[in-house]
Ligand binder design. Structure first.
Ligand SMILES: Cc1cc2nc3c(=O)[nH]c(=O)nc-3n(C[C@H](O)[C@H](O)[C@H](O)COP(=O)(O)OP(=O)(O)OC[C@H]3O[C@@H](n4cnc5c(N)ncnc54)[C@H](O)[C@@H]3O)c2cc1C
Length: 266
């Protein structure tokens, strides 16, 4: 049950605190899942922590499996599963994941879950997908699955501290050049640290929304009738944006209550 059931087949250090890993189940297949869903990853407490970490804030028995939820970033049709993970220096699981190398083993839950998907949204509805940091992961899974076949407009706003923390920016820039209904809008909050400068936006996501950047890009104002908004990542962003959107008449999407604000808090 607690056996490490996957192998790390790729590990890419995106920045000092961000890593993309690809894991492949050993002799089993992850059942069908929808782009946007998440799964549990785990390692035993006896696994080593990476050199950059600080002390774990919790004590565990050595054989205790430390489990956390991670959004899937890969296409739902691949035989491997990709994750985009931020290092929490004092965290319990991420310092152990950051110490892993290609060929090492990790535990993955055998079922992906979650309602943070495009499945209930009509094909011609417009979608704004907003993320901070690794919150862009579920959107990558959507674009790498079938989201780009949608007829409605799609706009990604991705916020991070620095440009090197904007994982997947090359892929998103390429998608923008290939798909006329797709827009990529990155923003960073620490432009003074950029050695090569930064010509893009430097505002917080809420200020970008309130400045009607989406309307400027699309030529019409997104509203609760024509647009769904996805929010993923830091709870300060998801809470602030939810409040701003509710003032404009958007409603949070719940299991039995259809709404246009879809939230995944990390
Ligand atoms: C549905 C869902 C999907 C998620 N998907 C992802 C994902 O794709 N990628 C990802 O990196 N994380 C994701 N997370 C967060 C993940 O589950 C862990 O909480 C995170 O990796 C920290 O785990 P840890 O054991 O290292 O830290 P813990 O020992 O759990 O310590 C967490 C402490 O650090 C804080 N913390 C948590 N996350 C961060 C952060 N990113 N930066 C700074 N402080 C933080 C918490 O508030 C808490 O105080 C997701 C969470 C949920 C609920």
């Amino acid at each position: 049950m607690n056996e490490l059931n996957c192998v790390i087949m790729q590990a890419i250090q995106v920045s000092p605190i961000m890593k993309i890993i690809r894991v492949k189940p050993i002799d089993w297949e992850l059942p069908r899942y929808e782009a946007g869903q998440f799964v549990a990853l785990a390692l035993p407490a006896s696994a080593s922590r990476c050199a950059e970490s600080t002390d774990d804030h919790t004590e565990y028995a050595p054989d205790k499996l430390i489990k956390r939820a991670y959004s899937i970033a890969s296409s739902s049709t691949q035989e491997y599963v990709e994750f985009y993970i931020t290092l929490v220096h004092s965290g319990s699981l991420t310092p152990r994941i950051f110490a892993l190398n290609i060929g090492d083993k990790i535990w993955m839950g055998k079922k992906a879950v979650g309602m943070f998907t495009l499945s209930e949204i009509a094909n011609d509805q417009n979608v704004v997908l907003i993320a901070t940091g690794t919150g862009v992961a579920p959107y990558m899974s959507m674009f790498r699955s079938n989201a780009l076949a949608r007829t409605g407009k799609m706009l990604v706003i991705h916020g991070a501290a620095n440009s090197w923390d904007l994982g997947y920016s090359s892929e998103l820039t390429l998608l923008e050049s290939m798909f006329p209904n797709f827009t990529y809008y990155p923003t960073i909050t620490e432009p003074k640290k950029e050695p090569a400068g930064w010509s893009g936006d430097v505002r917080f996501i809420q200020d970008i929304w309130e400045d009607d950047v989406v309307e400027k890009k699309w030529g019409f104002k997104p509203n609760a009738e024509n647009t769904h908004v996805f929010l993923c990542g830091n709870p300060n962003m998801t809470n602030g944006m939810t409040e701003a959107l509710e003032k404009e008449g958007f409603k949070e999407h719940k299991k039995r209550e259809l709404g246009q604000i879809h939230v995944e808090k990390f």
